[in-house]
Design a binder for this molecule. Structure first.
Ligand SMILES: *[C@@H]1O[C@H](CO)[C@@H](O)[C@H](O)[C@H]1NC(C)=O
Ligand SMILES: *[C@@H]1O[C@H](CO)[C@@H](O)[C@H](O)[C@H]1NC(C)=O
Ligand SMILES: *[C@@H]1O[C@H](CO)[C@@H](O)[C@H](O)[C@H]1NC(C)=O
Length: 464
C-alpha cells in the first residue's frame, strides 16, 4: 500500500456507512496489465502536410520553426509523430495550394520517354521529410491523390476521372497503367536521391469521391488492374520493400468495400497495407482484412466548428484514439493536416500557423499521450479492470506504456498490477497541463500507482 502515502489531496472521498461518516481515501482502481496477451502491432501515429502546408513551417522564423518541429516530432517533449504522409503531386503548376507533379508535360503517348522534373521541394514536403528523418521518423508514406491529367479519361488531375487502361476505362491516348507505375517509382527515386526512404506508397486517395481538387476514381477491380502493374514494377526497380497501401476510402465503409472488391478481383497478394479514412463513416471495428491497416486521414473539417484550442476538444480526440486502438485495433492512426493557415479557420489542423506566429490546439497533446511513448513496433497488450478508458502497449525496448483517459469530473487513482516495474514515469494532459510530469509510485511488489485527474489523459511509461 505504499502508493497511499503518495496520494494527493484531490483523492479524498466521503463514504456513508452504518457507523458515523468516516473520511476515506479513494480506493485505487486496480488495472491488471498482461504483456503476454498481445493484440495489434503499432506502426505509429502520423499526420500530413500535403497541399503546400509544409511551406507554412518552412516560412516561419527559425526559432519558431524549431518549436513547431519539436511539437510534431520530438519524442522528449513533443508529440513524437512517427509517420509522415506526403501527397504525390499531380498538378502541372503550384498555383493556389496545388501539389505540382514531377511530370508536368504530357510525353504524348504512354510509351514515349517521360521528362521528369524534380524541383527538390515537392511542395515543401521534401524538407519536412528530411526534418522528420532527422528526428528519427522512419515511416514516410507517399500517397498520390491522382495520376497526372493526361493519364486519365477526363484529361484533368482534378474532378475525378479514372486511369486510362483499367477495367471499363478506354482512352484514345492508350493504356497508361505502366506509365503511372513508372512515374510513382520515379518519385520514390527522387526522394532516395535526397536520402529520404519512402517506405509506403499509395496510388489512390478517396477514390469513391470526386472533388474539385486532385481526385481520381477507382473501384476495387480497377485498383487490382493497376496493382498488377505496380507491384512487379516496384520489384523490378529494386523497391520491393516499399509497402503498397490501398485504397484510402473516404469512410470506413467505402474503405472496407474497396478492399473486399480487391479480394474478389484476386488482388490480395498485390498490396501490403489497407487504409481508410473515417469522414463519411466511422469505424465500428477493425477493417475486414488480415493485413495491417491504418486510419490514414481524419479531422474535423466542419466549417461550423470554428478553430478551437480547447481541452474539451482534446478530450474528444483522446477518446477517438482510445477507441481506434481498442475497438478499431488499428496498426496506425493518422491525423489530417499537422499545420494549416487561418483561412478558413477550421479544425483540420493541430497547429495554426498565421504567418510568423503559431498556436497549438490541445488535441495535439491528446495525440502526444499516445504517440510520444508508444513507439513503432510496439504491441498493444491486455489491460483489464477499473472504469477508465485504458489501453496498454509493450515497446520493442521492453518498456510498457499505459494510457488512461478519464473523461469524468472525478479524480481517480490507479494501481497498475501484473507487472514488475523497476521505475515509472507519468505524464498528464488536462486543462492546464500538456504532458506534464506527475508523481508516480512503484510499490515493493512492482505495481505502479498514480493519479488520473478529472478530465485528463495520463500516460504511464514503465521500465520493467
Ligand atoms: C525540446 O527538446 C529539444 C531538444 O531535443 C530542445 O531543443 C527544445 O528546446 C525542447 N523544447 C521545449 C519546449 O522544452
Ligand atoms: C546523402 O547522403 C550521402 C552520404 O551520407 C551524402 O554524401 C549526400 O550528400 C547526401 N545527399 C543529400 C542530398 O543530402
Ligand atoms: C506575430 O507576432 C509578432 C511578434 O510577436 C507580432 O508583432 C505580430 O502582430 C503577430 N502577428 C499576428 C498576425 O498575430
Amino acid at each position: 500500500m505504499r502508493f497511499l502515502t503518495a496520494l494527493s489531496i484531490a483523492v479524498l472521498s466521503w463514504e456513508a456507512s452504518a457507523s458515523p461518516v468516516v473520511e476515506k481515501r479513494q480506493a485505487a482502481q486496480r488495472i491488471t496489465i498482461n504483456p503476454a496477451r498481445t493484440y495489434q502491432e503499432i506502426d505509429g501515429f502520423g499526420f500530413s502536410a500535403a497541399f503546400q502546408r509544409a511551406n507554412l513551417i518552412i516560412n516561419l522564423p527559425a526559432p519558431k520553426q524549431k518549436q513547431v518541429l519539436d511539437l510534431l516530432f520530438n519524442t522528449q517533449n513533443g508529440t513524437g509523430f512517427s509517420i509522415l504522409r506526403n501527397g504525390i503531386g499531380s498538378t502541372p503548376n503550384s498555383n493556389s495550394d496545388y501539389m505540382n507533379t514531377i511530370l508536368p508535360r504530357n510525353p504524348g503517348s504512354p510509351n514515349a520517354a517521360p521528362q521528369y522534373v524534380w524541383d527538390r521541394k515537392d511542395s515543401g514536403q521534401l524538407w519536412l521529410s528530411q526534418q522528420a528523418v532527422s528526428y528519427g521518423v522512419s515511416t514516410i508514406y507517399a500517397n498520390a491523390w491522382s495520376a497526372p491529367g493526361f493519364m486519365k479519361n477526363n484529361n484533368n488531375d482534378m474532378n475525378g476521372g479514372s486511369l486510362c487502361g483499367v477495367t471499363g476505362v478506354t482512352c484514345s491516348s492508350g493504356d497508361w497503367k505502366q506509365a503511372y507505375a513508372n512515374y510513382l517509382v520515379q518519385y520514390i527515386k527522387f526522394y532516395a536521391q535526397e536520402n529520404v526512404t519512402v517506405t509506403h506508397l499509395a496510388f489512390l486517395n478517396e477514390p469513391d469521391l470526386t472533388t474539385s481538387y486532385a481526385s481520381m476514381r477507382s473501384n476495387g477491380q480497377q485498383a487490382t488492374d493497376f496493382l498488377k502493374v505496380l507491384n512487379p514494377t516496384l520489384k523490378e526497380a529494386g523497391l520491393g520493400d516499399v509497402q503498397i497501401a490501398c485504397c484510402e476510402g473516404t469512410g470506413w465503409n467505402s474503405g472496407n468495400q474497396l478492399i473486399q472488391e480487391i479480394s474478389r478481383a484476386g488482388g490480395d497478394s498485390l498490396y501490403h497495407l489497407a487504409t481508410a479514412h473515417t469522414y463519411t463513416s466511422d469505424f465500428n471495428g477493425p477493417l475486414q482484412t488480415t493485413k495491417k491497416f491504418w486510419q490514414s486521414e481524419y479531422s474535423d473539417l466542419s466549417s461550423s466548428n470554428p478553430w478551437t484550442t480547447s481541452w474539451t476538444d482534446g478530450l474528444k480526440w483522446a477518446g477517438i484514439l482510445h477507441r481506434a486502438m481498442t475497438v478499431g485495433r488499428m496498426n496506425g492512426y493518422l491525423w489530417w493536416e499537422g499545420v494549416q493557415w487561418p483561412n478558413p479557420n477550421t479544425n483540420e489542423k493541430l497547429i495554426l500557423i498565421d504567418g510568423q506566429n503559431f498556436t497549438v490546439a490541445k488535441r495535439l497533446w491528446a495525440f502526444a499521450g499516445y504517440s510520444r511513448y508508444i513507439r513503432p513496433g510496439a504491441y498493444r497488450i491486455d489491460a483489464t479492470g477499473g472504469n477508465l478508458q485504458t489501453s496498454a502497449y509493450l515497446n520493442k525496448d521492453g518498456t510498457i506504456v499505459v494510457v488512461i483517459l478519464n473523461t469524468g469530473n472525478n479524480a481517480a487513482n490507479v494501481q497498475l498490477a501484473g507487472i514488475t516495474a523497476a521505475s515509472a514515469e507519468s505524464y498528464v494532459t488536462d486543462n492546464t497541463r500538456d504532458m506534464g510530469s506527475q508523481a508516480v509510485t512503484v510499490a515493493s511488489d512492482g505495481s505502479v500507482s498514480g493519479a488520473v485527474p478529472a478530465r485528463s489523459l495520463v500516460t504511464f511509461r514503465i521500465t520493467v
